[in-house]
Design a protein around this ligand. Structure first.
Ligand code: FES
Ligand code: FE2
Length: 359
């Protein structure tokens, strides 16, 4: 059993964070140092000097060479130790492991696991890669909570009504039923919610110019364990996409999350909001960025508190409802990827027929 799903791609950094200086990240309990070579190539090595384990992220770059800040062991971009102080012979065990990185637009992904990724690639994120007709903003917030709490949060958007009221939360988000499906072979959970003729929340009123009532769709695709894609459709009430897929008159937003487990009680929350309208409107960029940051802080604050409560509460009992179906399905998929391990055992996990459970 693994405490984290291994042999997976996880977002390790915003691409702009990786520069010609060491950046420390911990992914799935593995300490990693990232930096960029003078020619722009991104590099990731184990953040642990082979000499006395000093973090290499506290060292310095000299061209393409990373020099340990304690006694000066020097490493090339493959993790090979190329110089030590005081002797010309370099011990055979002095190299450090390296990691594979893939840059995809605004996000950079790392492969965690001993298997060769071979044909496996990170999830597609064209909206972050300057795809025609899309504009994206992105940032990262660390959360002092276990990975499963962020999964729960994102798979059950009914919390928007209460935690994000006045931003994206309206009454219908918590009262509209969801449709959940799971593709176990590919570890994908889908949760669809279509709200018809409902209130337009301020977040979308201000950015699209639409007023209530609107049709508001929230179609989630969760590619377990680390990538979440929310397809949002905002349109005047009563309009529907045409059979050929054209959807003139509607506004589309893709909300992306990279959910990267750091340690047992710390998770990186990479987020991006991408839109297909008002592409050159920098005022909307500023507004969306400010609003989304506030929304993320609301989630971060709630999850930090939840983690503390869970750590101090020996009673694992949690009531399960129909709206939990997506989150519970996702949790079960992740449990399978960990060979049965879960970071939050449930008193009850009747996912197929979720119902109010009393003990
Ligand atoms: S700990 Fe790095 S050189 Fe000694
Ligand atoms: Fe939220």
């Amino acid at each position: 059993m693994d405490h984290f799903p291994k042999n997976q791609w996880y977002v390790i950094a915003l691409t702009e964070e990786i520069a010609h200086r060491p950046l420390a990240r911990t992914v799935c309990d593995e300490n990693i140092v990232c930096y960029r070579l003078p020619d722009g190539t991104p590099v990731a090595l184990a953040d642990r000097c082979s000499h006395r384990r000093y973090p290499l992220s506290l060292g310095q770059l000299d061209g393409a060479t990373l020099i340990c800040g304690y006694h000066g062991f020097s490493y090339d971009c493959t993790g090979t130790c190329i110089a030590v102080q005081g002797q010309s012979r370099i011990p055979a065990q002095a190299d450090v492991p390296s990691y594979q990185l893939v840059e995809q637009g605004m996000w950079t992904w790392v492969w965690i696991g001993d298997e060769d990724p071979a044909g496996k690639k990170p999830p597609l994120t064209p909206w972050l890669e300057g795809k025609d007709g899309w504009m994206a903003i992105s940032a990262m917030a660390p959360i002092d909570c276990r990975h499963s709490l962020l999964v729960d949060n994102l798979l059950d958007l009914s919390h928007e009504t209460f935690l994000h009221g006045g931003y994206i939360g309206t009454p219908e988000v918590s009262t509209t039923p969801i449709t959940t499906t799971v593709d176990r072979e590919n570890s994908i959970v889908r949760v669809d919610k279509h709200m018809e003729a409902v209130e337009c929340p301020p977040f979308y009123e201000r950015t699209t110019g639409l007023t209530s009532p609107i049709d508001r769709w929230q179609d989630i695709e969760f590619f377990a364990p680390g990538f979440y894609l929310l397809h949002v459709r905002i349109a005047p009430a009563g309009s529907a996409p045409r059979a050929d897929g054209r959807d003139d008159g509607a506004f589309h937003v893709k909300v992306l999350y990279g959910l990267t487990p750091s340690t047992a009680d710390r998770t990186y929350d990479f987020w991006a909001v991408c839109r297909d309208f008002a592409l050159d409107d920098t005022e909307i960029d500023t507004y969306l960025d400010a609003m989304q940051r506030e929304i993320v802080v609301q989630d971060v604050d709630a999850l930090n508190i939840l983690e503390q409560r869970i750590q101090n509460d020996p009673n694992p009992f949690e009531v399960v409802l129909g709206i939990d179906r997506g989150a519970l399905t996702a949790r079960r998929v992740i449990q399978a990827l960990c060979g049965g391990y879960t970071d939050r055992p449930l008193a009850n996990d009747e996912i197929e027929e979720p119902a109010m459970v009393k003990k």
